[in-house]
Design a protein around this ligand. Structure first.
Ligand code: ADP
Ligand code: MG
Length: 759
């Protein structure tokens, strides 16, 4: 049979339903998929050995028959243990597992198993070192249906020196070893000679990167470590290069589009910002200046404003919005230019609506709010505050949309509802997207395209006018990552917090310090402050599941805190499972100001939550945060969480509880400690983001999940030179040949992978 990249795996080799399921889980369906299923590392545990040849201290795989399975407890510390023996045709070896009593229940004497782990050696007082008995301690164990060819003997010579057996990501039912053997079949097939390389040859040459075929062979069965490394480099380059091409193309096209030129002089802008109750930080001034200079060009701005929580992005957004709405369109026929400001949640949209009312208080500029549940307009024609100040009113959606469509409402703030077909603008000139990381790359791209059609084109003379775009994010990301995934955007950083803000005191709390920590929290709460308690889970796991993750849950922690720790305070709970309206109600209660009106009492003193509070909710009175099971959160997420208590001039406290392995010997343990230490020490989000990137090991899937970038590319992002090279080549290519006519392979590859929907 002639196989192609599209050939399904089950046509290469018969697969059991179980194996098919496992492969599907890893997204491995075709030959092409599995060729790009790269090893995470080589050697060490990849080497299968006969038991006779085991050497203490080595990571090894043995196959054999298991027997003498028993459970028990260690003599002194009463830790549950399982013990067993495994035997192949050359010998036997003992195994011991600590704290994994279920192993003895999952396996039975006589089963064939694969054991992977480090060979240890018992030390006895009398014997010399060489004589101590060998055993495996806490190895991985897996049931197998057969002992692989040579697995119990001599086809895998113990003295081999090119110990570069690939170790693949596995899944239950498909072991690394299985993939290895499957891969050998494909690599030996003639398909390897008909592969076409999407990366232009001259680029590969320029950077000394191997061709696709060579790289595939080198990454799956390298002869030398350097081969594997250069192959990985090629694939990392390729991935970044493709992303860059995609973004550079976007950027290039956007630059050719037309936008309303918004030309404002410094004096006009200063008048607006002088009405703020605070002076702008230098970083805010710089960002505003960049926006204003982009605005002038007549081509759409595409700018990303990156700044820690509390760095004052809203003020920048408001100033930019002011510049737009105080500008008349060229024909002067249809009223002022319009601005759309989109937030990921209703709570945030409401908050921006209120902030904008304040920022624009001196100007009689109408502002609208539209979310899934409500439409509001400022100022109300009839309602006034007791102070005589203008305020907002609820209005019907059709009414609001009418005013937006005829240009009477120049600023519209909202959630996704903003981009529905029914929302039409007359002169939409500028779009602001808050917390843009929450929208995902695909959504972001769509958003950008859509609004060009949101103007009421028929009336504005039939021209498509692309709006300017300001994306904002409180997730500081490393420079290389920003250059890659946001390669189509220009970057402004707010790397400075407004003066007077106090850095939170962050402390890693040891288990025996829990009580005294609660006392400190009590002291803060007594002065009227509020606290967050963040737990990784919503509910407790099923206690019958032996593998269940032992982490604090919102439900039981709320109960425990209320009953046992803080009976005198009011405790609320919020999780991502609640309906948006329920979440909102709770957040409103939590943020209801205590103050004199309520006798200084808060409606909720402690809010127990999952990470749903992550996104920029503003509760200046909340100054304490407890994070439970901090080991389960990524650095960026921890930073976001801590940002919630940075809102006021009161001293904030962040207490970090983490479940650390008793001995920090394990790789996981020391990694966690390093991570938490940088969390305690980092001065700002940007520092933390760089630390995060440097600390990521391969196999850390956070990158893939969060940014849609593979682990391999994440590794490459540690290397600014590679990112810049990929960016440069992508730009040159796009400038030369936007449609990639001379690179049909590349064009096809891009369109199949593209994250952008062609409408
Ligand atoms: P974020 O960047 O997280 O969106 P916000 O725009 O919500 O931050 O601003 C956080 C708080 O800081 C707001 O209460 C705002 O009024 C205040 N603020 C913004 N800029 C300054 C500044 N230059 N000086 C003092 N306070 C400021
Ligand atoms: Mg914000």
């Amino acid at each position: 049979m002639k196989i192609t990249l599209d050939t399904p795996l089950e046509l290469i080799q018969r697969l059991s339903p179980f194996q098919k399921k496992a492969l599907a889980k890893m997204h491995l369906k075709s030959v092409g998929d599995i060729l790009r299923h790269f090893p995470t590392r080589y050697g060490e545990s990849g080497l299968i050995k006969a038991i006779e040849y085991l050497i203490p201290g080595e990571n090894t795989v043995v196959f054999g028959k298991i027997s003498k399975l028993k459970t028990g407890k260690t003599y002194r510390s009463k830790v549950a243990i399982s013990t067993a023996e495994v035997e192949d045709s050359t010998g036997k070896i003992k195994i011991i597992w600590f704290s994994q009593p279920y192993i003895a229940k999952m396996f039975f004497d006589g089963m064939l198993v694969r054991i992977e782990g480090k060979v240890s050696q018992k030390r006895t007082k009398t014997s010399t070192e060489a004589e101590g008995e060998l055993y495996f301690s806490n190895p991985k164990i897996e049931k197998v249906s057969e002992i692989p060819e040579g697995g119990s003997g001599f086809l895998f010579p113990a003295e081999t020196d090119h110990n570069l057996t690939p170790v693949y990501p596995e899944s239950r039912g498909i072991s690394s070893n299985w993939i290895y053997h499957f891969m050998q079949k494909i690599l030996g097939n003639e398909i390897m000679d008909s592969l076409t390389d999407p990366v232009p040859e001259e680029i590969l040459k320029k950077y000394n990167l191997p061709s696709l075929k060579t790289a595939l062979i080198w990454i799956h069965c390298p002869r030398k470590k350097e081969n594997a490394e250069i192959a990985r480099k090629r694939f990392a380059f390729e991935e970044i290069f493709f992303i860059q091409l995609d973004r550079q193309k976007e950027k290039f096209i956007a630059q050719r589009e037309k936008s309303f030129a918004i030309i404002k002089n410094e004096k006009e802008i200063k008048e607006f910002t002088d009405s703020f109750p605070f002076p702008l930080t230098l970083a805010q001034q710089d960002s505003i200046a960049s926006v204003l200079s982009d605005f002038k060009t007549g081509h759409p701005m595409s700018r990303l404003l990156e700044g820690d929580v509390g760095s004052g992005k809203t003020a920048v957004a408001a100033t930019a919005a002011f510049a737009a709405v105080s500008t008349l369109p060229p024909e002067r026929k249809y009223g002022n230019l319009q601005v759309a400001y989109m937030a990921p949640t209703e709570i945030l949209a409401e908050q921006h609506f209120e902030s904008f009312i304040e920022y624009f208080s001196k100007y009689k500029i109408p502002i609208g709010l539209i979310t899934g549940s409500v439409a509001k307009k400022f100022p109300s024609k009839t309602l006034r505050l007791r102070s005589g100040q203008a305020t907002w009113t609820k209005i019907s959606k059709p009414q609001l949309l009418k005013w937006v469509a005829n240009g009477e409402i120049p600023i519209l703030i909202g959630t996704h509802s903003l981009i529905q077909k029914t929302v039409k603008f007359k002169n939409l000139s500028f779009i602001i997207i808050d917390e843009q990381h929450r929208f995902g790359v695909r959504q972001r791209m769509e958003l950008r395209k859509k609004p060009a059609r949101m103007n009421d084109v028929s009336r504005s003379g039939g021209h498509d006018i692309a709006p300017h775009l300001l994306s904002m994010t409180a997730t500081p990301i490393p420079r290389t990552l920003a250059l890659t995934i946001f390669g189509d955007l220009d970057l402004s950083l707010l790397d400075e917090l407004p003066p007077g803000r106090q850095m939170p005191e962050t402390k890693i709390v040891l288990p025996h310090e829990r009580e005294e920590t609660y006392e400190k929290v009590r002291t803060e709460l007594k002065t009227g402050r509020q606290a967050f308690v963040i737990c990784p889970r919503i509910n407790d796991p099923d206690p019958d599941k032996e593998n269940a993750i032992n982490a604090k849950s919102v439900i039981s922690e709320t109960k425990r805190l209320q009953e046992k720790i803080f009976p005198e305070f009011k405790i609320g709970a919020i999780t991502g499972k609640l309906k948006p309206s329920e979440k909102e109600a709770i957040m409103k209660e939590f943020s209801a100001r205590g103050g004199s009106a309520s006798g200084g009492k808060n409606k909720i003193d402690i809010l127990v939550a999952t990470s749903v509070v992550e996104v920029g909710v503003n509760v200046p009175n909340a100054t304490v945060m407890i994070i439970e099971n901090a080991e389960r959160f990524g650095l960026a997420q921890l930073h976001q969480l801590r940002g919630r208590i940075l809102r006021s001039s009161y001293k904030p406290y962040c207490f970090v509880f983490a479940d650390l392995p008793r001995r920090s010997s394990g790789e996981g343990g020391s990694k966690t400690i390093a991570r938490l230490k940088s969390f305690v020490n980092a001065k700002n989000g940007f520092e933390l983001a760089e630390a995060d990137l440097q600390q990521r090991g391969s196999g850390d899937l956070a990158g893939a999940k969060q940014w849609g970038v593979s682990d391999l590319a994440m590794e490459a992002l540690k290397n600014i030179k590679m990112v810049e090279a990929a960016r440069l080549e992508a730009r040159l290519l796009v400038e030369k040949d936007l449609e990639l006519k001379k690179y049909p392979l590349l064009a096809r590859h891009l369109s199949s992978k593209s994250t952008v929907h062609m409408e």
